[in-house]
Write a protein of this length. Structure first.
Ligand SMILES: *Cc1c(COP(=O)(O)O)cnc(C)c1O
Length: 311
């Protein structure tokens, strides 16, 4: 289970709704990087783990919800690197038997369920102190891998690309991945972040924060940000909400392209991408890249929750 497929494959696929408008669609298959540590979570963990090891810290501690891809990835990556891991999970009623948490636990992750109220404090300094008191020394990775090392790792997607693209599409939860792409966007593609959350307009602030930390030069910042676009209308009712229309869209996308999507992030990104193609019409001779950020580990948990197989 420790074989990482890097650079991840970059494949052209058939997809009529785009092809009929003259658009070539390519997919960057970060979902194939690893079976357990999929997609952008591996990108975000890479430099964090390197840093933990360099600092001789043998325990990772992080946070997430009951279906969190980040929790699953951190648990698996810790195991691969011979590190201990602790997952602080939102909701004292979280189902420890669900596929995500039971796999994390199988990887040796120590899980602690906390109330939603307590979870709101996870970024407070005094709360972290309490955790250090309870668990001893650990290397802290923020929820979703949202830190500067995470951004750096995601930027490496851009340097792996073997073609130039007019437009690039990526899912957003914290916009850490989007920030990394924006910062490494030397080919000046238009980059679209599609929010998986309701009310995702705030995500642009995260991008601005990371961009300004990186460049510290207003003109460069403005130029970088002018190529970043947020699509906030494709959350299908909110984070991890799955509608019958979304399921139908996923099945159709997969039967045409041969690539499976996850319902929380990548399906909604593909939906936003297709809507953009339909809305604006003339994109003939453009090359578009869809970044498959992974998330397939969550499929089973979601199917269990909605009581229906998607594929
Ligand atoms: C976590 C996740 C995202 C969100 O990435 P951010 O960097 O937090 O915006 C996107 N896609 C998948 C599959 C994820 O698991």
């Amino acid at each position: 289970m420790s074989i990482f497929r890097l650079p991840s494959p970059e494949q052209q696929v058939n997809y009529k709704p785009l092809n009929k408008r003259g658009i070539e669609l390519w997919i960057k298959r970060d979902d194939l990087i690893h079976t357990e540590v999929s997609g952008n979570k591996w990108r975000k963990l890479k430099w964090n783990i390197a840093n933990a090891i360099q600092n001789e810290n043998n325990t990772l501690l992080t946070f997430g919800g009951a279906f969190s891809n980040h929790i699953a990835a951190t648990a698996a990556a810790a195991k691969i690197h011979g590190l201990k891991s602790i997952g602080i999970i939102r909701g004292e009623d979280a189902d420890l038997q669900n596929p995500t948490l039971s796999k994390a636990s199988d990887c040796g992750m120590k899980l602690q369920l906390i109330t939603r109220e307590e979870y709101r404090r996870i970024n407070d300094r005094d709360y972290i102190e309490l955790l250090r008191h309870q668990f001893g020394s650990f290397y802290l990775i923020p929820q979703g891998g949202e830190n500067y090392y995470g951004v750096q790792g995601c930027g490496e997607i851009m340097s792996e690309l073997t073609h130039a693209y007019n437009r690039i599409f990526v899912a957003c939860g914290t916009a850490t991945t989007l920030s990394g792409l924006a910062i490494a966007n030397t080919s000046r593609s238009d980059i679209y972040g599609v929010s998986a959350l309701k009310g995702g307009v705030f995500l642009i602030e995260n991008v601005k924060k990371f961009v300004s930390k990186t460049f510290n030069d207003q003109e460069t910042e403005r130029e970088i940000l002018s190529k970043v676009h947020l699509l906030t209308d494709y959350h299908c009712g909110g984070y991890a909400k799955v509608t019958p229309d979304l399921i139908e869209f996923m099945r159709n996308f997969t039967s045409e392209s041969g690539v499976e999507l996850d319902p929380v992030y990548t399906a909604k990104t593909a939906l936003g991408m297709e809507a953009l193609a339909e809305e604006k019409g003339d994109f003939s001779e453009e090359k578009w890249l869809f970044i498959h950020s992974g998330g397939m580990q969550g499929l089973q948990s979601i199917e269990r929750k909605i009581g229906e197989k998607i594929y």
